[in-house]
Design a protein around this ligand. Structure first.
Ligand code: PMP
Length: 427
């Protein structure tokens, strides 16, 4: 494959856009090489600026669960566009999508739309703080909740104590209110509650983590978080930006049968247009402006084009009663068959999978937290990534990311993917 045009486009972009990209991981910094510039996407495939075609396992980092540019969603967006791009007023469409979600997702009475997952998580913790009158939150190492200040915190020398900012620009004052614990380590969470009694507003967690590669909750981790929140008067926030409408229509709450107090959404909820949302019980959501005192707003919140794309996507999913069964089965097949191939090549690995999310870790046999994810052989992942890319298979460009399987990936695409992996040369 040739990447001449991508290369030229990257050079040009580099002059005008910081690092040449509008979101860092796109720059291929982790895997090396020149990022591939896409020019179109349809179904299971993306086409780059040099006309190379790829089977896509990122799917825009999750939103394109139906595959790219689904014809029904496309038609709905076109029709909506003729009626206006943005009103800045309420519209019936917003109630329609809110009603569909509230009626079909457990434990939520009201939902507020925003324009990204970052906004959703940032607003959810503000609401949790406003509701409880407490300042501190607990987050887990390796979980990502968007780039608002409170979440860009990493632990000091492995201790789950007060965090240090891991981005310049995040103040020490903000960092001190974010407490860190290891994912799947309930004892660290218990310790944090013990040492910060009456001060913790909320725990925020990715119920299935997707930002350190795919890492599953183990040993009733989510149930135990629920219990600790109840015992300590803190709220449990599920960040379902990845898992919402992906693990099932009711997301991780439904799949793991654990009630969250607040839930954040993004990705699938907007069907590829910029949407995020946060939701919860009346008792909590009533604290939001204009009803309550916790302020939150957005010029483009509930944007009609975005709402139409999201609503149509969610309706299509709901209409197909085998939807989740099918994408989960596709993912299971990939997991199983890739595992067989890697075993036949004696490449030690671990594939973590939940529903239609999965990732491969090399040279390690279990990954249940960030340290273990970091101990995987990332150089080998980078090698794997580039060999697949050169053969038209597009994986997320980092061993810390999750593959998102879409409904457009069928037998033909799986066969082709496996054929390429069979030729993988381990050097
Ligand atoms: N939470 C999670 C779990 C995410 O994966 C992401 C983005 N990948 C976000 C929040 C932030 O969403 P956005 O990029 O739309 O701001």
């Amino acid at each position: 494959m040739l990447y001449q045009r991508s290369s030229a486009l990257f050079d040009e972009a580099y002059k005008y856009i910081p690092g040449g990209v509008n979101s860092p991981v796109r720059a291929f910094k982790s895997v090396g090489g020149v990022p591939v510039f896409m020019k179109s996407a349809k179904g299971a495939y993306m086409t780059d600026a040099d006309d190379n075609v790829y089977i896509d396992y990122i799917n825009s980092w999750g939103p394109a669960i139906l595959g790219h540019t689904h014809p029904v969603v496309l038609e709905a967006i076109k029709k909506q566009a003729e009626k206006g791009f943005s009103y800045g007023t309420p519209s019936e469409l917003e109630t329609e999508i809110a009603k569909l979600i509230v009626e079909n997702v457990p434990n939520i009475d009201q939902i507020r739309m925003v324009s990204s997952g970052t906004e959703a998580c940032m607003s959810a913790i503000r609401l949790a703080r406003g509701f409880t009158g407490r300042d501190k939150i607990i987050k887990f190492e390796g979980c990502y909740h968007g780039h608002s200040d409170s979440f860009l915190i990493k632990a000091g020398s492995g201790a789950a104590t007060f965090g240090n900012p891991n981005s310049p620009g995040v103040t020490a004052g903000t960092a001190k209110d974010t407490l860190l614990a290891r994912y799947n380590d309930i004892e660290q969470v218990e310790d944090l509650f013990r040492h910060n009694q009456g001060e913790i507003a909320a725990i925020i967690v990715e119920p299935v983590a997707g930002n350190m590669g795919c890492v599953l909750p183990e040993n009733n981790f989510l149930q135990n978080l629920r219990k600790l929140c109840d015992e300590n008067g803190a709220l449990l926030i599920f960040d379902e930006v990845m898992t919402g409408f992906r693990l099932g229509f009711g997301g991780a709450q439904e799949v793991y049968n654990v009630k969250a107090d607040l839930v954040t959404y993004g990705k699938v909820i907007g069907g590829g247009l910029p949407v995020g949302a946060f939701a919860g019980r009346n008792e909590i959501m009533n604290h939001l402006a204009p009803k309550g005192a916790v302020y939150q707003a957005g010029t483009l919140s509930g944007n009609p084009l975005a709402m139409r794309a999201g609503l149509t996507t969610l309706e299509l999913i709901r209409k197909d009663e085998n939807f989740y069964q099918n994408i989960n089965k596709t993912t299971e097949t990939l997991d199983f068959e890739i595992g067989k191939i890697l075993n036949s090549k004696n490449i030690e690995h671990r594939i973590n999978r939940k529903g239609s999310m999965m990732s491969i870790f090399f040279h390690i046999n279990a990954v249940s937290n960030f340290d273990e994810a970091a101990n995987a052989n990332h150089a080998l992942f980078n090698n794997f990534f580039h060999q697949l890319l050169a053969n038209g298979i597009y994986l997320p460009p980092s061993g810390y990311e999750t593959w998102f399987i879409s409904d457009a990936i069928k037998e033909k695409e799986i066969d082709r993917t496996l054929e390429v992996i069979r030729k993988f040369e381990y050097s």
